[in-house]
Unconditional design. Structure first.
Length: 259
């Protein structure tokens, strides 16, 4: 596989078989599409980012399933501002919106002297064994990701992941886009019950960043919770090899598989 998507023109992209989904291999796994939305925002507002703004919050809504086909991307400003600006990108197939991203661009300030957090540190990549439990999932996408990790309890995992496939063929992308193109995999990395017994797709994903991701690997310190009425949450503290870079929360719709 050469990439997850191929660019056709300024707004159209063709998905490749590498995006084959985990719930249905004939549909797209949403993770690369969320990376493509992020790349669209970075390209559309490159001037604002060069002026000193940075991605602070990225809130994705997943509006429907996607065939492995051509998608269209567009972006616009929702709330302009000098120090904070809200922008939106939309990914559509056949005229139907399938996923949206609302991103806050926020001004950079020098807060290095007070930087810190109280999250538990992650062991480094080399301290984890190779993670082979993606075999419980069908679809090509999950098998394009290198993983090293350790399950700590049902619904609880620490591990490191990196994509082996570029988001786009022959087009540079930022480290933020590269790592966010696998972020949605958090919901499937440590389910409390296997997907053969339970359906738990996420309907959204919100990432709050305290640093722009760097390096090859993205660290996942993930906890999954299911309630008693069909609601669930996957919460992840995100790391790169420098330390904590933010958090990710996915809302789940949880239901038993039909017998």
């Amino acid at each position: 596989m050469t990439s997850y998507f191929e660019r056709l023109d300024d707004t159209h992209f063709r998905a490749t078989p590498a995006v084959g989904g985990a719930w249905d291999p004939t549909e797209q796994h949403i993770a690369p599409a969320l990376g493509l939305l992020t790349h669209t925002v970075e390209r559309a507002f490159a001037g604002r980012l060069a002026d000193g703004l940075q991605l602070g919050r990225l809130s994705f809504d997943i509006l429907g399933t996607l065939p492995i086909d051509v998608v269209e991307l567009e972006a616009h400003v929702l709330r302009p501002g000098r120090t904070v600006e809200l922008v939106e990108a939309r990914l559509s197939h056949g005229g139907r919106a399938a996923a949206t991203l609302r991103a806050w661009l926020m001004a950079r300030h020098d807060t290095e002297d007070i930087a810190g957090d109280a999250f538990d540190p992650m062991p480094c990549v080399d301290e984890f064994p190779e993670w082979n439990e993606f075999d419980i999932w069908p679809g090509e996408f999950v098998h394009t990701v290198d993983a090293r990790g350790r399950r700590l309890a049902p619904g609880r995992l620490q591990g490191w992941l990196r994509p082996r496939v570029p988001l786009l063929a022959d087009e540079p992308i930022s480290p933020t886009v590269r790592l966010l193109s696998i972020l949605d995999i958090a919901n499937g990395i440590t389910p409390r019950l296997p997907p053969q017994e339970l359906l738990f797709p996420n309907i959204d994903l919100t990432a709050h960043l305290i640093a722009q991701p760097q390096g090859e690997w993205l660290g996942f310190d993930t906890t999954v919770a299911y309630g008693g009425t069909g609601l669930g949450v996957t919460h992840t503290v995100l790391h790169d090899e420098r330390g904590v870079i933010g958090t990710c929360v996915q809302g789940l719709t949880v239901r038993p598989r039909p017998r």
